[in-house]
Design a protein around this ligand. Structure first.
Ligand code: MG
Length: 434
């Protein structure tokens, strides 16, 4: 071991080091030039710093917000946050809290961001959505550092293939219903046709929206589900289950529009059709109302996409106010947080489906979460109308209604920047290639 005498004589140097030595010498007392001795830390993956955070937004059927975290080792992690106004700006504002940090400490960094952004409301909304995108990018990055798939960071696999359910609105475009009588658009027969098409695309689970106009609405603000409207919903479910119910599972989404009475009448009226779940029948705020509906029907009730973080779901899970939790991972808090919520639900034997309107990046990230928990049910795919959805990662990731988890490091998918650039939102710029 030798002393670097140039540094030793430099009055501003804190230490004098021979770069080849196993130990470093440092000034224990600068005035007396007393030296201390310390064993050098072996270089390895812990020697890693975040150097930059960038975003790019692409216009698909939603605004897909991609996040990239860059490091001094040259490794880059890619994530995606749920669409939402202001999310890219919030992500970029986090950069000063991330640069210089070690990206390996995912949980600590996520909590660090929540603390630093608490004044902006980091217990829900766009801040949690932005942090979710960071969390996903960190999982991709750390998987690459240790050369392992991201699911391994969450505890390993329960299954090799992830079941995907296809959400296809109502099989018709909403704009059609704005120009002609909605009663002629959202017919039980149109749902029946769409269900058959989805089956032929290879899916064995699907979901349709039920809160579409029937032509019988009077005043939706009062949340009453009147007789003719109720009949319209029941006829849709009857038509779909008659067409495909023997072959696949079907779920229906209500988007929280009806009162307890209307929700319960609907849930009971469709018990015989054995749906996979009836989603968000009542508004999200009142957990007691939700619990009452759930307790008084055998139709499984699912909720989750309107909530953030496991703290939101905890009282509902503990009260068994739902039969299925259904968080949106890249909005809910990210991969680790969603895994924690799944664990909490599993304590009550409640399964978890995953809401998802994302690009293949967050969809694959959700698949990694899905395989890491015992109680996974199905993961949403919501991009039948986007023919270039797969092109974003240069490969088809859903095959016959299932995602096969790649064994590649991190998320196992990489963005094709040419495709990103071709669909980038107006006024945005492409992040750096690295
Ligand atoms: Mg929904």
């Amino acid at each position: 071991m030798g002393i670097d005498y140039e540094r030793y004589n430099d009055p501003d140097a804190d230490f004098a080091i021979d770069p080849t030595a196993e130990y470093i010498m440092y000034f224990r007392d600068r005035s007396s030039r007393t030296m201390g001795l310390e064993k050098k830390r072996a270089p390895g993956p812990r020697d890693l710093e975040i150097t930059d955070v960038q975003t790019t937004m692409v216009r698909g059927n939603y605004n897909w917000t991609f996040v990239r975290i860059y490091t001094d080792a040259g490794l880059v992690g890619t994530g995606e946050a749920f669409c939402g106004p202001g999310v890219p700006e919030i992500i970029r504002s986090m950069k000063p809290f991330l640069v210089g940090e070690n990206p390996l400490d995912i949980d600590r960094l996520v909590n660090h961001l929540r603390q630093r952004l608490s004044g902006w409301g980091s217990d829900g909304g766009a801040v949690v959505t932005a942090i979710s995108g960071i969390d996903i990018a960190l999982h991709d990055l750390v998987g690459k550092v240790y050369d392992m798939p991201a699911y391994q960071l969450l505890g390993g696999k329960y299954r090799d293939r992830i079941r995907v359910y296809c959400d296809s609105h109502a099989g018709e475009h909403q704009t059609d219903a704005e120009s002609i009588d909605p009663g002629d658009v959202y017919t039980p027969e149109s749902y029946r046709t769409a269900a058959r098409e989805i089956i032929e695309e290879g899916f064995d689970a699907l979901k349709f929206d039920l809160d579409v106009p029937s032509g019988h609405e009077k005043d939706r603000a009062n949340r009453l589900l009147r007789g003719p409207e109720l009949e319209h919903k029941v006829e849709i479910i009857e038509a779909v289950t008659d067409e495909v119910g023997e072959e696949i599972d079907v779920a229906f989404d209500c988007h929280g529009v009806w009162s307890a009475n209307g929700s319960l009448r609907l849930a009971r009226a469709i018990e015989e059709f054995d749906v996979l779940w009836l989603e968000d029948p009542v508004p999200p705020e009142n957990h007691e109302v939700l619990r009452e509906v759930t307790k008084r029907t055998t139709t499984p009730i699912g909720v989750g996409e309107m909530y953030y973080l496991r703290d939101d779901l905890q009282p509902m899970i503990e009260n068994q106010a739902m039969d299925v939790i259904h968080p949106d991972m890249p909005k809910f808090g990210g991969m680790h947080e969603t895994r924690k919520a799944a664990d909490l639900a599993d304590d009550y034997y409640i399964p978890m489906a995953l809401h998802n309107v994302s690009s293949p990046v967050a969809t694959m990230a959700a698949a990694h979460v899905a395989t890491s928990v015992p109680n996974f049910l199905a993961l949403e795919y919501h991009a039948r109308d986007v023919p270039w959805w797969d092109d974003l990662v240069g490969e088809s990731i859903i095959d016959e209604g299932y995602i096969e988890l790649p064994e590649r490091p991190g998320l196992g998918v990489e963005l094709d920047l040419d495709v990103v650039e071709a669909h980038i939102i107006e006024g945005d710029t492409l992040f750096d290639e690295a």
